[in-house]
Design a protein around this ligand. Structure first.
Ligand SMILES: Cc1cc2nc3c(=O)[nH]c(=O)nc-3n(C[C@H](O)[C@H](O)[C@H](O)COP(=O)(O)OP(=O)(O)OC[C@H]3O[C@@H](n4cnc5c(N)ncnc54)[C@H](O)[C@@H]3O)c2cc1C
Length: 494
């Protein structure tokens, strides 16, 4: 029997997992990537490589590690992140829906897929710098997120590309896919533009893995709302919704939270796409997500969220939107010296914008665009409202809170009383969009009637209905890996 041929659109984590799985299943596999080689890998290359998965024991973590002899491991408490907790975390963001079969599949296959990745030479390190706090001489993990790929997103994509290549996959860069070729209702190939002109490639199955529409200002406006034109784009410039447009033309159903997206507090002076002149590994550092250690003030000098509502893994993807909705769409994060050593490296990033002062009175004059008198009053009232009965413990939901404010801070509330005071200006950076095509449990794309479109599969950001009102941090790469692997297998076996 002749080999099946699979064409995959995109070269991010979802595409490469699909490619590796299709090759494993014996298909001739080609990736078509819009970007040139240096900008390939999509949003996945920009990531910290953090992946969320269910695990029940320390041994399950150790089995995934690049360096099981790391001396810190003996003093590390990984705890456990059972499927029940992952389920509860997903339910929290599901706007009252029960979990769909796809969401259950993400959770159920999360650990197995991590193991599968290790069989393909992808290795993981504990995220000591951002997911642990030291407690009684131990590194204590919090928030259900423990591992990142070696070398973060750059390392992940490089390792997956190497594996795809080793297994015999082909990749074409600067292949900007524009249309799916359809015959008798089945997808039979792709038309794409190259610097040399238009081309078509026939195949048995196509896997769409070409991201969402966050990099299209026009689609952001239309789908998310007018103010989203102002959001900065954190990742690749290439995810402009072409996959969704092509799929819809081929009859696919648009599905999920149509106006939903992942958006994060970012440096107010960040360039779009995180400054392409600097290495990928640095670009994520425009992010500013330690608000849980201080307070956030808007232009009116007021707080507008409970900064300590939950571990930041569960709030950061929503707080970008909260900032966008403030007057002028910006805010300032304020910290005192007590927490300075707990701030992530991104606050020491060479391009981080900040101001510093010896008193709160001096600081408010430096907060560009803010009503200083109101900001001072807010911070003074905040200080008076902090209840210090419970001890501050950033590795747990410590319950140390304010009492009696219009918006209380319900964990990690510390008085702003130790100079110097530092403040960081932030805006909304969009990460990726939640709407996408509807797939079934074989990753086949469904049409308006709910029937699979023969020959068409999808994975990664292209899939709708995985995330609704938010996102437990680290689930995007896991979703890409779980459904990428599935899409690759299904496409090869069709
Ligand atoms: C700064 C940043 C940090 C992040 N950190 C994390 C993290 O630590 N953990 C986590 O789980 N998630 C993280 N995310 C989210 C994560 O990046 C996504 O969930 C995931 O990478 C999506 O993978 P994907 O393969 O679906 O899409 P992508 O990786 O974006 O790949 C899509 C690819 O399709 C290509 N493409 C687009 N249009 C076409 C076309 N017409 N023809 C051909 N190719 C096309 C693009 O060039 C791109 O290469 C982060 C995102 C950003 C931006």
């Amino acid at each position: 029997m002749s080999k099946k041929s699979v064409v995959i659109l995109g070269s991010g984590n979802a595409a490469l997992c699909a490619g590796i799985a299709a090759l494993e299943a014996g298909a001739n596999t080609t990736i078509l990537e819009k970007a040139h080689a240096a900008e390939a890998g999509g949003n996945s290359r920009y990531t910290a490589g953090a992946m969320r998965f269910a695990y029940s024991s320390r041994d399950e973590i150790l089995a995934l590690l690049r360096d099981p002899s790391d001396s810190r491991l003996q003093d590390t408490e990984f705890g456990a992140y059972p499927k029940e907790k992952f389920t509860a975390d997903m339910l929290h963001f599901n706007e009252g829906r029960s979990l769909s079969d796809l969401q259950h599949r993400l959770i159920d296959k999360s650990y197995e897929t991590m193991v599968w990745l290790t069989t393909h030479n992808i290795r993981f390190d504990p995220i000591y710098s951002r997911q642990t706090f030291e407690k009684n001489g131990k590194y204590v993990f919090w928030g259900g997120l423990t591992l990142e790929s070696k070398g973060e997103g750059v390392g992940l994509i490089d390792a997956e590309m190497q594996e795809f290549d080793r297994l015999g996959g082909h990749i074409r860069y600067q292949a900007d896919c524009r249309a799916l070729l359809v015959e008798n209702g089945a997808v039979v190939g792709v038309q794409f533009e190259t610097p040399a002109g238009s081309e078509a490639l026939g195949c048995d199955s196509v896997v769409l893995a070409c991201g969402g529409f966050e990099a299209s200002t026009e689609l952001r406006r239309r789908m998310l709302g007018e103010r989203w034109a102002r959001a900065m784009v954190r990742g690749t410039p290439h995810n402009t919704g072409a996959g969704l447009t092509m799929a819809q033309k081929a009859g696919a159903q648009l599905f999920g939270k149509l106006d939903g997206c992942h958006a994060v507090p970012m440096d107010r002076h960040m360039p779009n796409y995180g400054n392409q002149a600097i290495p990928f590994i640095e670009r994520k550092n425009y992010r500013k997500i330690c608000y849980f250690l201080g307070v956030m003030l808007n232009a009116d000098g007021r707080r507008f969220v409970d900064e300590g509502q939950n571990f930041r893994n569960y709030t950061y993807a929503q707080f970008g939107r909260a900032i966008l909705e403030q007057p002028g769409s910006f805010a300032w994060q304020v910290f005192d010296q007590k927490v300075a050593s707990l701030l992530y490296d991104e606050y020491r990033f060479r391009f981080a914008s900040s101001v510093e002062a010896g008193t709160l009175e001096e600081l408010v004059h430096l907060l560009d665009g803010v009503d200083g008198a109101s900001a001072l009053k807010t911070m003074q009232e905040f200080n008076e409202a902090v209840d210090e009965t419970l001890a501050f413990d950033p590795s747990s939901l410590d319950g140390r809170r304010t009492q009696g404010l219009a918006i209380d801070k319900t964990n990690w509330a510390n008085r702003l009383d130790t100079p110097p005071f530092r403040a960081y200006p932030v805006i909304c950076g969009i990460t990726f969009t939640y709407a996408g095509v509807k797939i079934d449990l074989s990753a086949a794309v469904l049409d308006q009637s709910g029937a699979p479109i023969p020959g068409l599969y999808a994975c990664g950001e292209m899939v709708g209905g995985i995330f609704f009102d938010g996102y437990p941090g680290g689930s995007g790469l896991t979703s890409g890996a779980v459904f990428g692997r599935l899409a690759g297998q299904s496409a090869a076996e069709r």
